[in-house]
Design a binder for this molecule. Structure first.
Ligand code: AMP
Length: 281
């Protein structure tokens, strides 16, 4: 496994692989890697000959400067975790290696998919995310790119950006990896107290309650009951029923609808997100 810091060096290295007929799998990350990230890397390794993992804390997707400063940077440990799974790590030395001379961002028209949920609570986040992923795709030129469904809205927007920018890449969604008590793995979990980490398991419990009992209640009742489970343990930012394809709000669970139940909230001053998706039977 090699760690490269210069985009031209990475491009040259990837060109050699492509000329030898090898396919390229790509996993973009911001580092502080855990088993969720590693599951993406393993999936990439199964599907592609060469796996590139980027580790880059992208400043343009943070709407709060303090979060950017606080984001853990653990390249040494990350590289250890990736040994045996990834082939190349791209850890840009400077922002210019990714953005070139200008960090001015492109405006995307996402047909409204960027407006609700994370879009409304983290202004500018998706614009920065789409820009950096597009820049990284131009550098890495992957055949397949792997994204976690934990960030489901992000996954939809990456697919849309790929259409708009005409990147010849397959975008593949990967299941959410959870701790044994159900909490979705996240780099942010490290900032929770042991008590908070344990208690945050209630998020998945409440989401599952909805999946299990949706046929007994209306959407409004389901939301009230799920919130009742979570309130007092986390400060809920949103818990919303959305159509998983259009992200439109769902008020009724009609047969065949693909539901995206999306959560965001705070515990120990740490913001956590999670979701489940299911089809109404
Ligand atoms: P991040 O470093 O947080 O930007 O995440 C990099 C990639 O890992 C994104 O595609 C995330 O959706 C994915 N990811 C993060 N946590 C998980 C998880 N618990 N399960 C599956 N994928 C995840």
């Amino acid at each position: 496994m090699e760690i490269l810091h210069i985009s031209n060096e990475l491009k040259a290295r990837i060109l050699l692989e492509k000329q030898a007929g090898r396919s390229i799998g790509f996993v973009p990350t911001m580092g502080a890697l855990h088993k969720g990230h590693l599951s993406l890397v393993k999936k990439a390794k199964k599907a592609c000959d060469v796996v590139v993992v980027s580790i880059y804390v992208n400043p343009t997707q943070f709407n709060v400067k303090e979060d950017l400063d606080k984001y853990p940077r653990t390249l040494k440990e990350d590289a250890k975790k990736l040994t045996g799974f990834a082939d190349l790590i791209f850890n840009p030395k400077t922002n210019e290696e990714v953005y070139g001379d200008s960090m001015e961002l492109k405006e995307y028209d996402f047909d409204g998919l960027d407006q609700p949920l994370e879009g409304s609570f983290r202004p500018g986040h998706f614009k920065g995310m789409a820009n950096v992923v597009s820049k990284l795709f131009s550098i890495v030129q992957p055949d397949k790119a792997f994204f976690g469904l934990k960030d489901y809205q992000q996954f939809l927007l990456v697919k849309k950006m790929v259409e708009i920018d005409n990147h010849p890449v397959d975008v593949i969604g990967c299941s959410i990896i959870r701790e044994s008590h159900g909490l979705a793995m996240s780099s942010r979990n490290e900032r929770l107290t042991p008590k908070g980490r344990e208690a945050a398991g209630i998020i998945f419990y409440a989401l599952n309650f909805v999946r299990k009992f949706y046929s007994n209640y209306s959407v409004e009742e389901l939301q009230t009951r799920a919130l009742f489970l979570i309130d007092g343990i986390l400060d809920v930012e949103y818990l919303e029923f959305r159509n998983a394809d259009t992200l439109e709000e769902i008020t009724e669970l009609k047969k065949g609808v693909h539901v995206f139940l999306s959560f965001a909230g705070y515990i120990d001053e740490v913001r956590l997100i999670d979701n489940i998706r299911f089809e109404v039977e």
